[in-house]
Design a protein around this ligand. Sequence first.
Ligand SMILES: *Cc1c(COP(=O)(O)O)cnc(C)c1O
Length: 357
Amino acid sequence: MKKHNFYAGPSILPQYTIENTIAALKDFAGMGLSLMEISHRSKQFVAVVDEAVALFKELLNIPEGYSVIFVGGGASLQFSMVPYNILNKKAAYLNTGEWATKAIKEAKLFGEVNVVASSEDKQFNYIPRGYKVPTDVDYFHITTNNTIYGTEILEDLEVGVPLVADMSSDIFSRVIDVSKYAIIYGGAQKNLAPAGVTFAIIKDDILGKVERAIPTMLKYSTHISKESMFNTPPVVPIYAALQTLKWLKDSGGVAAMEKENKRKAALLYGEIDRNPLFRATVPAPEDRSRMNVCFVMNEGYEHLEKEFNDYATEQGMIGIKGHRSVGGFRASLYNALPYTSVEALVETMQAFEKMKK
Ligand SMILES: *Cc1c(COP(=O)(O)O)cnc(C)c1O
């Protein structure tokens, strides 16, 4: 039976990415050797990194004065690398969920942290608005997509101080204005590549302003000056990322993705709002994530949660169980997930409704 992959991360990748990566694992760039067993400094692999950086810049329309790097350590290491490199005295953070909370915890090791607003009072089911960002902070940090609780900041904020964004789970899902950001970072395993590589887009002039000593590997300028080749980068995930970027370009780029992502999210939220058995956990439509759609059994139907999960799994819906801290269901609709998979999930929800009424 056809499987529909709704996992939150690691998650669905384009078939193009998977097939080309498998091929390169057998024979990379006609070298007669596996991608796993060649030097990262071979001209063939240096070309991979160069092309991946060029496609990042092209697809996101990154202006002059920014660098793109690929490193290890996951988005979680960026929670420390950001303050290590750019927090002098004080930073502001927006707390919209578990990932933001983790980023805040790390930043506190480096200076004063002002949490300007939080949605923790309502289980992170909304995006705070109307807060003020102090003008004397080194930067303001946001998590654009709250992968666990299913909220998303769908605009580029104007805050008057350097803006830093964790875009692990919504990079390339909508058109962004990179010039509004000082740093954008993310783990690749949600919308780009298998786990193991982390990207960072850094405005060069944000660096060099802190006085502390920074360990070489944790210093952005190390990786920028060595073009992600200071040490051995995650070769296979970077190769896979390049395939996804090529697929993205062939599919019409980020604007085309955004259009399709809006259609997919509208279809699924529409069914959740219509179907009396289910309820979206994020009430305000403008706060709902297009990437991670969280829903639960509606009042009076709570006892059917396990039964729906089992039924949906039988129908080929994989990975829709909600995060352990939320419960219920979460369907992740990343770029590579086709519209037809969302249709299949909607049909499953409708069939379950008929069975129960
Ligand atoms: C998954 C995720 C992370 C953690 O990424 P790792 O690469 O596992 O460290 C951080 N932030 C967001 C928004 C995520 O979705």
